[in-house]
Write a protein that binds this ligand. Structure first.
Ligand SMILES: C[S@@+](CC[C@H](N)C(=O)[O-])C[C@H]1O[C@@H](n2cnc3c(N)ncnc32)[C@H](O)[C@@H]1O
Length: 372
């Protein structure tokens, strides 16, 4: 299957979106772990690291990760936290460029140079991911880890890798895939032996939803009692659909990813375009009555669930909000509005729907329905 080489051209807008999501998530991930795991070792794996930069010098994933390590250097020194970065690239020529690019970046940056070899360790690998991944599983599972799987195409989204990742408890991962390849090649033996996905089910939905549809099928492959949560971010580039799949077990990680995704697109938090035509719905309201946007639909369903007593506390609402791929502020805004309208009441100044209150402080707020 032919794939276009990312490093022969300047990064396009879709690639930049992907890289920004990787980087912005690392920006959230690093301080969380540096601050909560003093004296510990944190691992970041960039299994398909490329050359470090594109042909115009725009930073690729490894340099972006290093920039985020630099941004945390003060905390890393204070907390004596060791950051290990495993940077892997299969093609020898690219691997050489990668190593030179990252070594120079560290050497020429005073903060990173100071961290280097005491608190920052770069582990370069020139391996086939299929061989390297099983060898690294012990390290990944023994330490808080962030795993980037920025493959070309979707060859490495195999059932076995997904299930390996499912088995890890303190690992967050970002998987990139060229989802529209599935429409073209999904029925071939190469695909079907590695990843069984029902293409007819994918084709039942409009093409723009291909990435989301793949993710729905991947969720069905997880064991019934799995705590792993998967979220999509669809990236449209010309006629093709790509996407990121984020996976993590911890609610704090999910919260941080959703913040990253909604920061990228505050209309839907799941695509680099208006995937559900929400902007049209806002315009339509003037003439044809209001069609709810994604946020409004979620808020209406939340209100229904509160009124029916299906959700009763800030914890239940917080968990439900993450499950639905929304931001805690979407729920808070609705609940505050319901209080104003005299539908709901609670003994706090605010609904306290956030990770800090729910999971760190264990502060539980009970919402009482006053008027149905
Ligand atoms: C989409 S690019 C990654 C881009 C990189 N994240 C960046 O920001 O520049 C995928 C990379 O994976 C490399 N690659 C291809 N097959 C591989 C394999 N089997 N194992 C590891 N790397 C591989 C390619 O040479 C390519 O550089």
């Amino acid at each position: 299957m032919a794939t276009r080489d990312l490093h022969d051209h300047p990064f396009d807008d879709g690639t930049i979106t992907k890289l920004e999501i990787f980087e912005n998530y690392a920006k959230e991930w690093l301080p969380t772990f540096v601050m909560s795991y003093p004296d510990k070792e944190l691992w970041i794996f960039d299994f398909f690291a490329g050359t470090g930069r594109d042909i115009n010098g725009i930073a690729g994933s490894p340099i972006r990760l290093l920039q985020q390590v630099k941004a945390q250097s003060g905390n890393i020194f204070n907390k004596k936290c060791k950051i290990h970065m495993c940077l892997n690239e299969f093609e020898k020529e690219k691997y050489n460029l990668l190593q030179k690019c990252c070594d120079e970046f560290v050497k020429n940056d005073s903060e990173l140079a100071r961290l280097s070899d005491t608190y920052l360790f770069l582990h370069y690998r020139n391996c086939d991911f299929a061989e390297l991944f099983p060898k690294t599983l012990t390290t990944i599972s023994a330490n808080p880890s962030l795993v980037l799987l920025d493959q070309n195409g979707m060859k490495f989204l195999a059932d076995k890798y997904l299930l390996d990742l499912e088995g890890l408890s303190q690992t967050d991962f970002l998987y990139f895939l060229s989802s529209s390849y599935f429409i073209r090649f999904g029925e071939t033996e190469a695909f079907q032996t590695n990843l069984k996905i029902d293409i007819n089910r994918i084709k039942e939905n409009p093409y723009k939803y291909v990435h989301k549809s793949i993710l729905e099928q991947l969720k069905c492959k997880l064991p019934n009692n799995s705590k792993l949560k998967l979220y999509p971010f669809t990236i449209k580039k010309g006629a093709n659909i790509y996407g990121i799949i984020f996976g993590a077990k911890h609610p704090r990680a999910v919260d941080k990813f959703l913040k990253t995704a909604w920061d990228k697109n505050n209309i839907n938090g799941e695509a680099n375009f208006d995937i559900d035509d929400d902007l049209k719905k806002v315009q339509l309201s003037l003439f044809d009555g209001k069609l709810p946007t994604k946020i409004e639909r979620f808020q209406n369903e939340l209100q229904e669930k509160l009124i029916q007593g299906i959700l009763r506390t800030n914890k239940e609402v917080y968990d439900y909000t993450l499950e639905c791929g929304h931001l805690p502020t979407h729920s808070s805004d609705k609940i505050k509005q319901m209080k104003k309208e005299g539908i709901i009441d609670y003994n706090e100044k605010s609904p306290l729907i956030n990770y800090e209150q729910v999971y760190k402080k264990n502060r539980i707020v009970i919402y009482k329905i006053v008027k149905k």
